[in-house]
Design a protein around this ligand. Sequence first.
Ligand code: HT7
Ligand code: ZN
Length: 891
Amino acid sequence: PQTIYRKDYAAPNYLIDTVEMGFDLDPSATRVATRIAMRRNPAAAGRDIVLFGEELELVALRVNGKALGRGDYRLAGGVLTIPGAPAKAELEIETLTHPDKNTSLMGLYVSNGNFFTQCEAEGFRKITYFPDRPDVMAKYTVMLRADRAKYPVLLSNGNLVEEGELPDGRHYAKWEDPFKKPSYLFALVAGNLVCQEETVRLKSGRDALLQVWVEDGNLDKTQHAMDSLKNSIDWDVKRFGLDLDLDRFMIVAVGDFNMGAMENKGLNIFNTKYVLANPRIATDVDFANIEAVVGHEYFHNWTGNRVTCRDWFQLSLKEGLTVFRDQEFSADMIGTDSGRAVKRIDDVRVLRQAQFPEDAGPMAHPVRPDSYVEINNFYTVTVYEKGAEVVRMYQTLLGREGFRKGMDLYFARHDGQAVTCDDFRAAMADANKRDLGQFERWYSQSGTPEVDASARYDAKSQTLELTLEQSCPATPGQKKKQPFHIPVAVGLLDARGRDMPLRLDGAKGAAKDTTLVLELTKARQTFRFTGVSEKPVLSILRGFSAPVVLKYDYSDAELAFLMAHDSDPFNRWEAGQRLATRRLLNLTVAVQAARQSGHVVAVDTVLNNIEHDGALTAALRATLNDQSLDPAFRELALTLPSETMIAEQMEVIDPHAIHVARQFLRRSLARELREDLLAAYRANRTPGDYSPDAGSAGRRALKNVALSYLAELDDPEVLELAAQQDVAANNMTDRLAALSALVNSAAAGKGEALQRFYEEFEAEALVIDKWFTLQATARGADVNTVRTLAEHPAFTLKNPNRARSLIFGFCNGNPSAFHVADGNGYSFWAEQVIALNASNPQVAARLARSLDRWRKYTPALQEKMRLALQQVASSPKLSRDVSEVITKALS
Ligand code: HT7
Ligand code: ZN
């Protein structure tokens, strides 16, 4: 397959003013007639009309009314070229597609009997031949025709301008989008759907119709999405002065969808997982995710749609910025400082768990990649989550006001254009009169930078010298890195744990700030604080001010002190994680040593005999019992780093040893904190009607993490609590937590509880997904468990949510079982990747990434993973998507 390079970007030969499309919708053969008004681009060198098309039957092709014969154009490798076209060309194209055969879920496809489209990134070319690239923007008019009985609802972008009857029981609807847009934002939906709707008055004084469309029977699950949409509209006006520009804004839910949702202009299409919610079927996390994704897609209307990407290398221009916006929205919706901090911790956890490993593996790429084989493989945590961190750093460096000025200038300059990450950076720099030249390296250099900190306190001169040294590991194609521009937020704590006022040497005025943002721009820099009256404890990288790994030689006592006192909640949590990670790594080494010594003693006996760690237990007890702390924060503090997180800290990953060590620590904490956990469990019940608000969700989270610890003890009193909760819960959060506690314990009734759950929720696909995941990730589950579940009548690989629930759940969410020594997990993985490759390459390529980090494992496991990767590599008809991932993993 061909590699596409950023450096090869060339402006399109032709621009488009208008696109008119007519669809005769039929699941087995849909006819699409397209008329495109094109004109030569004065800024381009080439003269050919270049169109892309995939899996299409070309029925007719005319230029300015004249039919083109085979000699008038070239068609090869999905590219249709018309050489020597006139300066102004009206192009007419007729194509046939087969939506019911389209299992890739890109382009026009059928899901549960209804029609949907997915055009980002390059799905429009599966509908018609077209200059399917984001820098070609045009105004669209769309005529949909279909059988009225089967497809009573016909939707597309923009405004409904006409509808009516046709012969033979068919009907039509004509839609006009007043805004020009790239083809990837085109959408249509046709089917038997119902909606919840509401008219709202916008800031501008105009009214807008908001609709949430779902299948019949799901109208009891749309209120939260509607509320989230209204909140998003209000928030974007308040925070960024950006109002809804349409008379009508629609959200449509679909059960078969490759990703979370899609921001098509005025017609957002969503995975049902991010729309449907009520207390019976959705957890607190689901409610929060729906709010975030509804916000995300809505915010794209400005950051992505009004201002779009010049080319797909610039994807983070819209995705990083929009993730930052949705993170800020969710934080503001919680409203409290502690709630904001909890949200920040959650976001950083995702970054560390998924993006840091990506940045250290074979698929590492800059936030703005330089090349790709298949663009779908670059919808990554680097482009999205690291991209959001990059945007957040602008705000940290420029302040909220400065950031807003940059945003205002960005829209003033680029509304209606397709632009680059450099354009965004220039707007930020120019609006604030700052030189952000070095900041560009965050876009061009891959890898996670490391910042090594060391400090020297001089009591006599009352100065503290903080030396920061940065480096960045080599990544594929990038051996040497230049220093980044890194904002490092720092605070100093006195012996009583209070923040000290800070002053840098040479700064004017009295010290008053208690957090300073240091700008690290060199490989090594020393910052001198003056007037430091006593030796402080350092709180570095407050709020996780940059996406880096901070190394600082904290003592256990300092970490416990920060856990108890740091005014920065992120670093307060971070101190606990550092302490726990240290302990977990020691335990993992002990497990390995015990295994190697060949003693017949149980590993537990060995672990029980190694030095008891009172510091961690005492600190966790204090946090758990500190009623002044937000319950949601206490839950996060109590949650140990995941097995994946611990793995990333090891030179050589030994999944089994990590699992044993982590389980051991959980059990011993449960034993020592038993009474405290029981008290927290009882104190944080949420009686009365369910509400997904952050306060209630935080209490449930704390109660349920207490339950999960307690269930480690396998003691009848606790298992009875779980059993009672399973029966009495009035919401899915508590129900699932109880079931999970039972399934992960030795409870006798867990099989029955699982069966009851299945029978109760059989008709709710999203809940059955949870049921599969719970079992795939359960302790004690192995490859055979998952193979058996894959035979269950409710399982199908064809539905991405279902495939993710079981297969991804196991391969990514149950490391010790997946990496079983005999390599059976890898054989299973290879089979599934190969099967998915045939039906849905995009989903297959996501699964293929489960072995990205194979070179970090023990030699025996490495060898088995290599064989599995080769098995996939040598399978016939490998898609571009899977081939790119596997080739990079093996190279
Ligand atoms: N911008 C959307 C990307 C997306 C997508 C990409 C490839 C294949 C299927 C897809 N579905 C949605 C999602 C977003 O970031 O909002
Ligand atoms: Zn997005």
